[in-house]
Ligand binder design. Structure first.
Ligand code: SF4
Ligand code: SF4
Length: 262
């Protein structure tokens, strides 16, 4: 019998995120996080097909893995609003990106520690930059895993839309604990356009035309993210991994909720 369950893990993550501004002396960038889990089974075999050929399976990370846990830490509305202005990301968007990646790493370790105390091993991957530089795809994609565990659905902008929207960052881990299936999505689609309704606002908003209703030019987007880092003076004290833009996610119908459900 498990002494640990999804409720406890969710609570630990919520506490961790709520304490972060005080722990790290940062701005209040975050809303309360959400988390979903799924048992390790055949559904993950589709990862090489829907993500990339070399995508890892949960058992590649940990041979004895029984569950996959994926979480989402949403950004606060003021930050998303601030990033809507202009064609370049605002300074706080870059800072929040860097700080959130760090937060995800520490929070994942805390969750892993909790599981370890109960006798369950777990494995983590970095929040970002675990990807193939040629294909621009992650070998462990938090977003694709989030889709498979029912934390969100892909939007036309290729971001995952969760019950708390798409503005924020994802983390994940695999563990030996049998946590069960705890999805959070109640609709097959969470993007208005994909659900056959009128939208496409993200397509209109992209400053470099990387998005179409049915296509995503990954290279165009990636080049823009790199250009932002290289050209924006106010990112000069941030690490070279600060690849941000977020224009297609800021103040959209899917920014803070699942608009198909609404
Ligand atoms: S802005 Fe509209 S079309 Fe784009 S992902 Fe969101 S809901 Fe879908
Ligand atoms: S992140 Fe920026 S460049 Fe990439 S698709 Fe969205 S709006 Fe376009």
């Amino acid at each position: 019998m498990n002494n640990i369950d999804i409720v406890l893990l969710r609570q630990k993550l919520e506490e961790f995120v709520a304490a972060e501004p005080q722990t790290s002396g940062t701005k209040e960038f975050w809303e309360s996080p959400i988390m979903a889990s799924a048992l390790v089974d055949d559904r993950f075999a589709i990862l090489p097909e829907i993500a990339m050929d070399e995508h890892l399976l949960p058992t590649d990370l940990l041979a004895t893995a029984r569950s996959v846990v994926v979480f989402f830490i949403p950004f606060q509305k003021w930050l998303v609003k601030e990033n809507r202005e202009g064609d370049r990301p605002c300074q706080n968007w870059g800072r929040a990106y860097v700080q959130t990646n760090d937060l995800i790493e520490r929070a994942s370790r805390a969750l892993s520690g909790l599981l370890e105390k109960e006798g369950y091993r777990s494995e983590l991957t970095p929040a970002t930059h675990n990807f193939d530089e040629e294909k621009l795809m992650a070998r462990w994609s938090h977003k694709h895993l989030g889709h498979l565990v029912g934390l969100g659905r892909f939007g036309t902008h290729c971001m995952l839309i969760t019950p708390k929207g798409c503005c924020g960052r994802f983390g994940s881990l695999v563990t030996e604990a049998k946590l069960g299936d705890h999805p959070l999505m109640s609709t097959d689609e969470a993007c208005l356009l994909k659900a056959g309704k009128k939208c496409g606002k993200c397509v209109e908003r992209c400053p470099v035309g990387a998005l179409k209703a049915d296509a995503f030019d990954r290279r165009k987007c990636w080049d823009r993210l790199n250009e932002n880092y290289k050209t924006l003076d106010y990112f000069s004290d941030l690490p070279g991994t600060t690849d941000v833009c977020g224009k297609c996610a800021a103040m959209m119908p899917c920014s803070f909720a699942n608009p198909v459900k609404i």
